[in-house]
Design a protein around this ligand. Structure first.
Ligand code: ATP
Length: 235
């Protein structure tokens, strides 16, 4: 479904991605793990066109997308939940969700999707008319995921969904990631520092170091790998 071939991305003169090659098949949950500054967020930013790659190729469902602007990439079915949620704090929960469906015109399906996300996160139904900025961190993460789902993505990019959340909320967020993948058949590329949880939910994983992919294997193999256990699982 998604293929990155030899992607190089820069911030001015800083080379953040140094030839990233990876792929995600339809229906998979794939995780990208690695230390701070490894280039995980930049990989997602390059896929969705916010920080375009300077060379290499990104194909989505066989079509090159690396030269498209972000709005065209969203319209093709890729949606990102950014690190730090980035909800609209002064808009209500409902308005945040409405904006997720901004590019759509299939009113009946939008209504169904709204019911689906409010069912997924009942707390958002209770908070529907409240400004997004008054929600707790965990609730804001739920809103950010729901807003992305309102775009009905075929590929969902999740950037550090567990960052700064209490353990019980983290558990709930990972359960929901699993559910969205199973029930909605949404393919997921998940960036996480919480490698343990990420590998438990994902089918496969990539390890990233200094702008490069250094390891690629099934989640079971990565969970059992001595180097991964020492560097990323704290075991
Ligand atoms: P983290 O888990 O801390 O978010 P990451 O693996 O997602 O890390 P990136 O945020 O992709 O890493 O950063 C990759 C490299 O690019 C780092 O060296 C970082 O300092 C640099 N970088 C990221 N954003 C910018 C920016 N806006 N301007 C300049 N350099 C940046």
């Amino acid at each position: 479904m998604l293929e990155l071939r030899d992607i190089h991305t820069y911030y001015g003169n800083i080379r953040a991605l140094k030839g990233v090659t990876l792929e995600v098949a339809r229906g998979e949950i794939v995780t990208l793990i690695g230390a701070n500054g490894a280039g995980k967020s930049t990989t997602l930013m390059s896929i969705c066109g916010i920080v375009p790659s300077r060379s290499g190729e990104i194909r989505f469902e066989g079509e090159p997308v690396q030269h498209l602007p972000p709005n065209r990439i969203v319209a093709k079915g890729i949606c990102q939940v950014p690190e730090g949620r980035r909800i609209f704090p002064f808009l209500s929960v409902q308005e945040n969700l409405d904006l997720g469906a901004f590019l759509r015109s299939d009113t009946a399906r939008i209504k169904q999707d709204l019911e689906y996300v409010l069912d997924l996160f009942p707390i958002l139904a209770q908070r529907r008319h409240q400004p997004g900025g008054t929600l707790s961190g965990g609730e804001q993460q739920m809103l950010a995921i729901s807003r992305a789902l309102m775009a009905r993505p075929r590929l969902l990019l999740l950037d550090e969904p567990s960052l700064g959340l209490a353990p019980l909320v983290v558990k709930r967020i990972f359960e929901i990631i699993f559910k969205i993948n199973m029930e909605n058949n949404t393919t997921i590329l998940l960036v996480e520092q919480n490698a343990n949880q990420a590998l438990r939910v994902a089918h496969r994983g990539y390890v990233m170091e200094n702008g490069r992919i250094t390891l690629s294997a099934s989640s079971e193999a990565l969970l059992a790998d001595e180097g991964v256990r020492k560097a990323y699982l704290g075991i």
